[in-house]
Design a protein around this ligand. Structure first.
Ligand code: NAD
Ligand code: TYD
Length: 348
């Protein structure tokens, strides 16, 4: 039985990856390592917690002795590394947390993996999950390809770029087998309501204002989280070692257009009079150093591995809204306590 370590599996994307691997691969034992920060929540994977091929390990990738002993004990065949500080706004207020977890934490995993393999990398793989934000910001045209030079603009993006560089450097220096994927903005069930889509769903539900940064003409390429998970599965099994794959939805939206669609779908689902939610839109001070446009060219992944997104944005958004409306308790539990302080500090 192969032993696979997934880090950050109690978070948004990680929980979908853990579920997919636990259910699809009964011949793998999946270890989910997560520190359960504010963004990690065991409720996200409650449905698979008693599976025979699943073990949760609470631990911090910053804790070197703990990480070393975990790898020495289990001799993992594969690592899929998602644990990270992931929110740009938080990286602006506290960049060091991003350097510590995203850069040092990744180096700790690489060291422990290299040492536990004892230079015999046969059948082993370190899969590093990264973001399109490492490429910086695009003008009105063009797409990020796998060869676009790195140009990170936020502390979050810089920390992810640094971690990508470390992974490649370990591949070159120690011949550690790796793959990297850089994905666009994800949306779907279980996303913490500090990111645009779940934050706005929660605010509309509570008739609170919708804080649009700057002119709202910032553009993102949105991908349904379950499609990201299937891409990770494909790349983990079929991707070429030392290669990078961009993952994206070919699905660009300005923030304002997206918010109008979200308001329309929510009004319909909540039985509101048309236009009710749009009235909550409030333009607020822009994010510092706000990247204007991200857009991914996912041709390589499509051509080489045959991957493509399974849902349109309208379908994925509708499923996402339904999930948040049906999972009131989840939303209530993650927005109590510390979230209130965060919200007050960010939005006043
Ligand atoms: P998330 O913030 O929802 O989840 C991160 C998880 O990592 C949480 O469960 C948290 O408890 C855990 N974690 C954080 N610090 C840790 C530490 N020091 N030790 C162990 N566990 C720790 O993030 P997400 O949106 O699910 O993103 C997952 C990964 O995918 C990240 O590496 C992120 O950079 C990348 N990514 C995210 C997006 C996106 O749109 N969300 C897009 C592309 C790439
Ligand atoms: P976000 O979900 O934080 O993802 P990222 O910064 O990684 O792209 O933000 C998506 C877009 O929405 C981004 O352009 C910032 C904008 N935004 C707002 O306008 N208001 C908000 O309250 C938030 C959280 C984001």
């Amino acid at each position: 039985m192969k032993k696979i370590l997934i880090t950050g599996g109690a978070g948004f994307i990680g929980s979908h990856v853990v579920r997919l691997f636990v259910t699809k691969y009964p011949n793998y034992h999946i270890f989910n390592l997560d520190a359960l920060t504010y963004a990690g929540n065991l409720e996200n994977i409650k449905d698979i917690e008693s599976a025979d091929n699943y073990t949760f390990v609470k631990g911090d990738i910053k804790d070197i002795p703990f990480i070393n002993s975990l790898f020495a004990e289990h001799q993992f065949d594969g690592v899929i590394h998602l644990a990270a500080e992931s929110h740009v706004d938080r990286s602006i207020t506290n960049p060091n947390a991003f350097i510590e977890t995203n850069v040092l934490g990744t180096a700790n995993l690489l060291n422990a993996f290299r040492d536990s393999c004892n230079h015999n990398f046969e059948g082993k793989l370190f899969y590093h999950v990264s973001t399109d934000e490492v490429y910086g910001s695009l003008g009105k045209t063009g797409l990020f390809t796998e060869t676009t030079p790195y140009d990170p603009q936020s502390p979050y993006a810089a920390s992810k770029a640094a971690s990508d560089h470390f992974v490649r450097a370990y591949g070159n220096t120690y011949k550690l087998p790796f793959v990297i994927s850089n994905c666009s903005n994800n949306y779907g069930a279980n996303q913490f309501p500090e990111k645009l889509i779940p934050l706005f769903i929660n605010n509309i539900k509570n008739s609170k204002s919708l804080p649009v940064y700057g002119d709202g003409q910032y553009t993102r390429d949105w991908l349904f989280v379950e499609d990201h998970a299937t891409a990770i599965d494909l790349i983990f099994h079929k991707g070429k070692v030392t290669e990078t794959y961009n993952i994206g939805g070919f699905n660009e939206w300005t923030n304002l257009d997206l918010i109008h669609l979200l308001c329309k779908q929510l009004d319909e689902k909540l039985g509101n009079i048309k236009g009710t939610s749009e009235k909550l839109i409030t333009f607020v001070k822009d994010r510092a150093g706000h990247d204007r446009r991200y857009a991914i060219d996912a041709t390589k992944l499509n051509k080489e591995l045959g991957w493509k997104p399974s849902v349109t944005f309208e379908e994925g958004l509708s499923k996402t809204i339904d999930w948040y409306l049906e999972n009131e308790d989840w939303l209530k539990s993650v927005t109590s306590g510390a979230y209130k302080e965060y919200y007050e500090k960010m939005y006043g």
